[in-house]
Design a protein around this ligand. Structure first.
Ligand code: HEC
Ligand code: HEC
Ligand code: HEC
Ligand code: HEC
Length: 421
């Protein structure tokens, strides 16, 4: 009896060990996943679209049959239609952006499929086709085929050529599933560092980046140069060395009542997320947090093309974030509230600076040297404030870099005030 039991036990133990090795013990499978189970996103090298080949884009709707899941989720972006009026929410920006289009009309971002509508309906003035850079694949096609001259085309001429809005072509060229950089300025700016950045970050970086229009060629240009000159500080230092066609310090517009040559920052999500201080930059790509994987009814697992907050994606939260985070939503809202408070405090202080500087100029109580220094410090302060104000995660992508920018804005603000008072 005893012998048999021991033998049975041994046999059972042996089978159990084997089962463990094979990983088929259901008990173990049902354990909740933890940080130990986390696997960083694999590295994928990006493809670069060739220029001057006469490529003809395949429209998004032409892929609907072949890639029904990706297409259906892409079309879901239509549902993301809410817009917040930033001017009503933050009245001081009317002063900070005065003389520039954003003081007239400035709504929050919404779904990708709305980009053309949002562009043609903003109250902001349009001049050239370069406005279409981040809005339509048809413009990407024109740049690839016609080169730099496409950027200087008249807005209306380009508008007449639009066949696809925000299309598959931006990220996949004509090969859905393969990740491409189709906007040449991103590949040019990163140079040899291009192959060091995960492709799923680069596809987004084509638009979610700080850029300016080259004063001579009107080409869309990003302000970083490789990964070693990638920070907001580098971006400002670079823009402070640029000259416009008349040989003056480069600016996006001149503020009429203070003479400050102002810069407008545009959504630097790529630089912020990839920048110094980012917790997750080596683990997650933009797509891991904003696309994720979904299982279709027939069991097919595919990449979800509905671009939203990770907090609004039950799959991303369950399969990934919750391995380590207990209350991610609480953490994100706390970061954003703190960011918004500092943003507003500095925003109102900049508005006051604007009034004080204009008054000092009007009264003739400021020396030429102080005026020059005050203008430069004001320009720099607004740049660092704007870098945070227009970054769409409001601190969540990289709270440390965000606070660094707000610290710099405050420093330059104090410097400008010291020149006046
Ligand atoms: C061709 C340019 C372009 C590319 C490429 C691009 N975006 Fe966007 N994205 C935009 C624009 C423009 C908006 C704002 C749309 C609007 O409000 O009209 C936007 C908005 C968004 C939003 C906000 C939607 C909302 O509800 O506020 C998210 C999230 C987003 N993009 C994520 C991504 C991710 C992730 C990638 C890469 C996989 C990416 N985008 C690639 C241009 C682009
Ligand atoms: C803003 C960039 C972007 C746009 C626009 C875009 N995709 Fe994707 N697509 C991606 C990313 C990122 C992946 C994930 C690749 C990976 O995980 O390696 C992907 C993956 C895919 C895949 C591979 C299979 C899968 O689901 O992972 C297919 C097929 C695909 N996309 C089709 C399309 C189609 C069709 C369109 C247009 C309707 C489109 N994509 C538009 C970024 C984009
Ligand atoms: C580690 C996860 C993570 C990664 C990676 C990430 N983001 Fe985000 N992103 C967030 C969170 C969290 C928010 C704040 C969402 C909210 O407010 O609900 C956000 C917000 C945004 C928004 C504003 C969306 C909205 O609903 O208003 C955009 C646009 C965006 N991210 C683009 C990007 C781009 C482009 C990249 C890559 C360069 C990127 N993100 C990488 C987590 C991430
Ligand atoms: C392997 C563990 C791990 C996973 C998985 C993980 N995080 Fe984190 N996350 C951390 C750690 C550690 C920190 C830094 C400490 C902290 O702030 O909680 C952090 C911080 C953050 C922050 C604050 C960043 C900042 O700059 O202050 C955000 C936002 C965030 N994570 C979003 C996400 C999202 C979205 C996901 C899911 C896609 C995710 N995390 C998945 C470990 C993880």
């Amino acid at each position: 009896m005893n012998n048999t039991t021991t033998k049975d036990r041994l046999l059972f133990a042996g089978l159990f060990a084997l089962a463990l090795v094979l990983g088929i013990v259901s008990d173990r499978k049902e354990q909740p996943k933890t940080a130990e189970d986390f696997q960083p996103s694999p590295f994928v090298e990006v493809m670069v679209a060739e220029e001057g080949t006469g490529v003809k884009l395949i429209r998004s709707d032409e892929w609907a049959e072949q890639y029904p899941n990706q297409y259906a989720t892409y079309i879901m972006n239509d549902e993301n239609s809410e817009v917040v009026d930033y001017i009503a929410e933050n009245p001081y920006i009317k002063t900070l952006y005065e003389g520039f289009g954003f003081a007239v009309s400035y709504g929050s971002a919404r779904g990708h499929t709305y980009v053309i509508e949002d562009l043609t309906e903003t109250g902001r003035p349009h001049k050239l086709a370069n406005c279409f850079t981040c809005k339509t694949s048809s413009f990407t096609e024109a740049v690839l085929n016609d080169g730099v001259s496409a950027y200087a085309m008249a807005f209306e001429d380009m508008e007449a050529q639009v066949t696809d809005a925000f299309g598959c072509f931006h990220c996949h060229a004509n090969e859905p599933g393969v990740l491409y950089v189709t906007h040449p300025y991103v590949a040019a700016a990163l140079g040899d560092d291009l192959t060091k950045v995960n492709a799923a970050n680069l596809t987004c970086a084509q638009c979610h980046t700080e850029y300016y229009f080259d004063p001579a060629t009107k080409e869309t240009t990003v302000t970083y140069h490789g990964l070693s000159q990638f920070s907001p500080d580098d971006s400002l230092a670079y823009q402070n060395t640029l000259l416009d066609a008349e040989g003056n310090l480069f600016c996006d517009w001149v503020d009429a009542d203070t003479g400050v040559r102002k810069l407008k920052v545009q959504h630097p999500e790529f630089e912020t997320y990839m920048g110094e201080g980012s917790v997750h930059a080596s683990q997650f790509t933009c797509a891991d947090c904003h696309m994720g994987k979904t299982t279709a009814e027939d069991g097919t697992v595919f990449t979800n093309h509905y671009w939203v907050s990770p907090l609004d994606s039950p799959e991303i939260m369950a399969n990934s974030c919750s391995l380590c985070h207990q209350d991610l939503e609480g953490q994100v809202r706390a970061i954003q509230t703190a960011t918004r408070e500092r943003e507003n405090e500095i925003g109102y202080a900049l508005e006051q600076l604007d009034k004080d500087l204009a008054a000092a100029i009007e009264a003739g109580t400021i020396s030429d040297e102080d005026l020059e220094n005050a203008r430069m410090a004001y320009r720099n302060a607004q740049f660092f404030w704007d870098y945070v104000f227009v970054e769409n995660s409001e601190g969540a992508h990289n709270s440390r870099l965000t606070n660094h920018c707000l610290d710099k804005a405050q420093e330059y603000l104090d410097e400008a005030n010291a020149c006046i008072h």
